[in-house]
Design a protein around this ligand. Structure first.
Ligand code: B12
Length: 211
């Protein structure tokens, strides 16, 4: 018998192939509301689905527009689940995090999901999205009184650019906690400290590490 994640995966593949965005969103929302999967489990499944779409595009089996369409449907699902994040969130932990990707890094869907993980853990969460210039990040950190910044890189190229970005950020705000992650860090993080590279599984327990 297929698991709830496998069942949702297969239904979403069908709905996306049928260009039925509303149907895809409805089935994902029903799955969370029924308790069959929680939001992180839905996000993990969606990330796997997109990796498959990307592999299919690379193999020449999926058109660019189809990849964009699947990504857009998945983003709509993530946003549609957002009210449920507030319903399922832990008690507020009195910590604030700002999330962004560095200039020219447009892969921000993973970061969007990470924002919800922080919200579920009780953090005040401000997602600033993709390609944020450092000066704007610094202004946001001050205005929003952030305790921590979370940055994401998908490609190796953007991981290299992130190094300088983080060095400048740390020099400008030495007391700020800075975490990085994303696909560019999935296999190793040479040149980065263990403390800075965030393990997604530790998010529920992070508040105690930030004063
Ligand atoms: C969607 C997508 C796009 C969208 C992005 C939309 C958006 N707003 O995010 C668009 C169309 C903009 C795009 C553009 C490009 N893309 Co693209 N894209 C993808 C695709 C299909 C899915 C990526 C995705 O969203 N995955 C789902 C998310 C949820 O996964 P994730 O980001 O890894 O996040 C998870 C974890 O990594 C983690 N995480 C993420 N951030 C953080 C941060 C922290 C702190 C932590 C703890 C965890 C964490 O949490 C998430 C949940 O598990 C992949 C295919 C694939 N195989 O992945 C290609 C892919 C990433 N793209 C690729 C390429 C080449 C490009 C372009 C260069 C294409 C082009 N010629 O223009 C441009 C580059 C744009 C740029 N400068 O950034 C390549 C990258 C190859 C590489 N590794 O170098 C891929 C792998 C496709 C391929 N097979 O070749 N892309």
């Amino acid at each position: 018998m297929p698991s709830a994640a496998e069942e949702l995966h297969s239904t979403l593949v069908d709905r996306i192939a049928a260009h039925d965005r509303a149907g895809a969103v409805a089935v994902a929302l029903d799955t969370v509301r029924s308790g069959a999967l929680d939001i992180p489990q839905v996000h993990d499944m969606l990330a796997g689905l997109l990796a498959d779409v990307g592999a299919s595009w690379k193999a020449g089996e999926t058109e660019v527009w189809q990849e964009h369409y699947a990504t857009a449907v998945i983003r709509t699902i993530v946003e549609a689940c957002h009210p449920l994040v507030a319903e399922h969130a832990a008690a507020p932990v009195d910590r604030t995090v700002v999330l962004a990707t560095p200039p020219e890094e447009y892969h921000d869907l993973g970061l969007r999901m990470i924002a919800d993980r922080f919200a579920l853990a009780g953090w005040t969460t401000h997602l600033l999205g993709a390609s944020l210039p450092l000066a704007e990040l610094l202004a946001a950190v001050d205005e929003l009184r952030a305790d921590a910044v979370v940055l994401s890189a998908y490609t190796h190229f953007h991981r290299l650019a992130l190094r300088l970005y983080v060095d400048e950020l740390v020099a400008a705000r030495p007391a700020l906690r800075v975490w990085v992650g994303g696909a560019a860090f999935a296999h190793e993080h040479e040149g980065w400290t263990d403390e800075m590279v965030l393990d997604i599984a530790t998010i529920p327990a992070l508040a105690g590490q930030v004063s």
